[in-house]
Each structure stands twice: as structure tokens, then as C-alpha cells.
Design a protein around this ligand. Structure first.
Ligand SMILES: O=c1ccn([C@H]2C[C@H](O)[C@@H](COP(=O)(O)OP(=O)(O)OP(=O)(O)O)O2)c(=O)[nH]1
Length: 156
């Protein structure tokens, strides 16, 4: 498996004893991110109530190489068992962002969900980026689909 170097740094408030993201299996696409709370929240963790959302710190900053992004995606186990998802999935981490990596978790389940310090809450995927060269024109080329969309081909 090709490995693209991505540099990690702890934030000032991070608990540096937590494991760094790593791939759980040889061909895993995602590396899990852990909740890494500032000292005041480490005992209590954070509770996300049904229908609510919260910003969970990971304690990490990244330097992603030019031409790549990191996507933050939900973990399917948390989604299935607890309704925990990311309202902005996939979260976009730009290659030139150097701030703290945060995970926006939303509780679509029926029960309050407690996030404890060190829990694996989401996963990050490294992906290549293509930028468009935008060109303004008066007309666009014709296609068979034309303006049909939003269910125009039916459901069957
Ligand atoms: O789930 C996320 C999404 C984004 N970010 C960070 C990295 C990203 O590079 C930056 C900006 O994200 P985005 O472009 O999605 O946010 P925006 O609302 O458009 O803010 P901005 O105006 O700062 O770009 O915020 C996170 O830490 N977690």
C-alpha cells in the first residue's frame, strides 16, 4: 500500500499519551480519530443529546501535502448502534489548514451519547484533490439528459 507522508502535531491542550491515528488493518482506508479533551473535560467527557451536535477536539493538527485533502467520515458502528453521524460528512480538511482538527458529531439516535476521553469517534481518509479551472461561457454543450435531474429518470 502506498503511504503518502502526512505530518501530525499535538495541539497545546492535547493529552499526548493517547495513541496517534493508525490503520487497524493492512488495507484500511480510514485511520480512526480519538476524542482528546482539554484537561477540564477529561473526567466528564462530553454528552451529545438526541438531535444535538457538538464539536469534539482531536488534539491534532495536520500538514497535508499539496494536492491532497483529508476527509472525516462517521464510523459505521457508532452510526448503526447509536445514530452518531457527522452533519458535514465528509468533513473537509484542506491541505493548507494548520488549526486544530475538530469533529462535529450529531446524535440522530434516541438516547444521550457520552463521548469519553480517548474514544475513537470518527475516521479520516486521505484523498487526492483536483481543482477545476473555471471558465465562464454564454452557452453549454447539449447532452441527452439536458436539464433533467432530481429524480427525472424515475425510481424503478
Ligand atoms: O469537520 C471538520 C471540517 C473542517 N475542519 C477544519 C479544517 C478545514 O480546512 C477548515 C475549514 O473547513 P470548511 O472549509 O469546511 O469550513 P468553512 O465553514 O467553509 O470555513 P472556512 O471559511 O474557514 O473555510 O476547518 C475541521 O477541523 N473539521
Amino acid at each position: 500500500m502506498t503511504r503518502i507522508p502526512v505530518t501530525l502535531a499535538w495541539t497545546d491542550e492535547a493529552d499526548r499519551t493517547l495513541p496517534l491515528p493508525s490503520y487497524e488493518t493492512p488495507q484500511a482506508a480510514g485511520a480512526d480519530l480519538r476524542a482528546n479533551f482539554a484537561p477540564g473535560l477529561r473526567e466528564s467527557g462530553m454528552t451529545v443529546y438526541p438531535g444535538a451536535r457538538g464539536l469534539v477536539p482531536t488534539g491534532l493538527r495536520l500538514a497535508i501535502p499539496e494536492g491532497y485533502e483529508v476527509q472525516i467520515r462517521p464510523r459505521s458502528g457508532l452510526a448503526l448502534k447509536h445514530g452518531i453521524t457527522l452533519p458535514n460528512a465528509p468533513g473537509t480538511i484542506d491541505a493548507d489548514y494548520r488549526g486544530p482538527l475538530g469533529v462535529i458529531l450529531m446524535n440522530m439516535g434516541e438516547q444521550p451519547f457520552v463521548i469519553s476521553h480517548g474514544d475513537r469517534i470518527a475516521q479520516m481518509i486521505l484523498a487526492p484533490v483536483l481543482q477545476a479551472g473555471f471558465v465562464l461561457a454564454e452557452t453549454l454543450d447539449d447532452t441527452a439528459r439536458g436539464a433533467g435531474g432530481f429524480g427525472s429518470t424515475g425510481t424503478g
